[in-house]
Write a protein that binds this ligand. Structure first.
Ligand SMILES: [Zn+2]
Ligand SMILES: [Zn+2]
Length: 427
């Protein structure tokens, strides 16, 4: 709370720093993130994986793979052991969680290894229909290590999600394919632009169920967010009495409103829709495979900005997903898919400190390890606050150095134990 007040005060007290006159200033292209976590305080080696991949087999390219499946699993701990056994000899890093309700996986690796794991899993009839999503990881692993284990809740949710009827598909929102989703959004926009409006009596609510910081760098045009700033909060879908009147779900006609919900990969909507279903919302739809699947097949139509991803890449422009879609289509089609207009990022990405536009739609963690908040920052505030999110953090005791670009911070003890001479990367 104190941090929030501070942001506000700072915004009020200090006008945005002056821009260089004449032309738009662009933050220098950041160095590529490290393929692995920075192990020392030495300057980061530059990434050359992409260049190398061009000359060798495509199988050597690093990719990030995501999939999930909500399905009853009788003995998840035994399955974890089987998966660990299979992955011996495969170069896979990431988060793979299993429990009685299914599996949720996000991992990186060379395409050959990454796909071998997904293919192996699909040979199991329970997982034969999983939607495996692939996106490029040009700088190697996007996760520091492999965490494959039993987890009581497949997604972070206050109080856990094991009490929710996640494996009952009738309790979840109806999935729409990306093209069906696009049609719905385009129909909605047409109706809104007509003076008579919709005469069918049906309303449409486009609901983004991701976190505020994800929304800030990209979202569907015309979407609304629930009043909670974090997915894990169970205050989502509160009763009418409890709900703030500014919440998009407040006063919604549960019978006559189509709620179109979306998230990054789909699992959060599956969880949230069971909560809304229990609250009496009847017409719930979700984007199958989430935004990443949509951008892969539909390009950035109706989408503005970038997509936040929960790995070292942090943020991906729609074109990166479209490339993967093109790869899939290459056998049948000549040329690329239409990715729509270029991403109008100028509407998005305000510095959380001063409110000015940021040049790159990519977050960083506050340099104060005790805050670690993900925030968007302009280059002036970045230098002024030395990578901190506010003045308060700037004077916090446990500060990490300002790293160039968007490198991931190393373990705190390495900074704590570093002598001043090895901290030269901070300047
Ligand atoms: Zn700023
Ligand atoms: Zn902070």
């Amino acid at each position: 709370m104190a941090a929030a007040v501070h942001h506000h005060l700072l915004r009020l007290l200090s006008p945005p720093p002056p821009r260089p006159p004449g032309r738009l200033f662009f933050w220098p292209a950041p160095p590529h993130p490290l393929p692995v976590r920075l192990r020392s305080s030495l300057p980061a080696p530059s990434c050359h994986r992409a260049a190398v991949a061009d000359q060798h087999f495509v199988d050597d390219e690093f990719v990030v793979v995501t999939f999930y499946k909500l399905v009853p699993v009788e003995d998840p701990r035994a399955e974890v052991a089987t998966h660990l056994h299979f992955l011996q000899g495969h170069d896979i890093h990431g988060r793979i969680y299993m429990n009685e309700q299914g599996i949720n996986a996000q991992y990186s690796g060379p395409r050959k290894d990454a796909m071998a794991y997904a293919d192996w899993l699909r040979r199991d009839h329970r997982f034969s229909d999983i939607l495996v999503q692939v996106s490029p990881a040009p700088c190697g692993h996007a996760f520091p290590r492999l965490k494959l284990r039993y987890k009581p809740s497949l997604v972070q949710l206050e109080g856990g999600s094991c009490h929710l009827p996640l494996v009952e598909s009738s309790m979840r929102a109806s999935p729409l394919t990306p093209s069906e989703w696009r049609e719905k959004l385009e129909a909605r926009k047409r109706l809104e632009s007509e003076p008579a409006g919709d005469t069918s009596g049906r309303n449409v609510l486009l609901l983004d169920v991701r976190n505020g910081y994800e929304w800030d760098i990209g979202h569907f045009e015309g979407a609304k967010r629930p009043n909670v700033d974090c997915f894990r909060s169970t205050s989502f879908g509160l009763s009418e009495q409890e709900m703030d009147s500014s919440d998009p779900l407040h006063g919604v006609d549960k019978e006559n409103t189509d709620i179109l919900m979306y998230c990054t990969g789909g699992i959060r909507c599956d969880v949230y829709s069971t909560i809304l279903r229990k609250k009496g919302f009847g017409n719930l739809y979700t984007l199958k495979g989430g935004v990443s699947n949509y951008l892969t097949s539909e390009g950035c139509a109706e989408w503005v900005g970038n997509l936040f991803v929960f790995d070292d890449r942090l943020s991906l422009p729609p074109a990166k997903f479209a490339e993967e879609g093109e790869r899939e289509d290459a056998a049948q089609e000549q040329g690329g898919i239409d990715t729509g207009r270029s991403s109008p990022s100028r509407w998005l990405g305000r510095c959380y400190v001063c409110g000015s536009e940021v040049e790159e739609l990519k977050h960083r963690n506050c340099a104060s390890i005790d805050c670690n908040r993900l925030f968007l920052c302009c280059r002036w505030c970045l230098e002024e606050l030395r990578g901190c999110c506010c003045l308060e953090c700037r004077s916090a005791p446990r500060l990490r150095p300002l790293l160039p670009g968007h490198q991931r911070y190393d373990k705190w003890h390495l900074y704590r134990d570093a002598t001043s001479s090895t901290l030269h990367i901070s300047s």
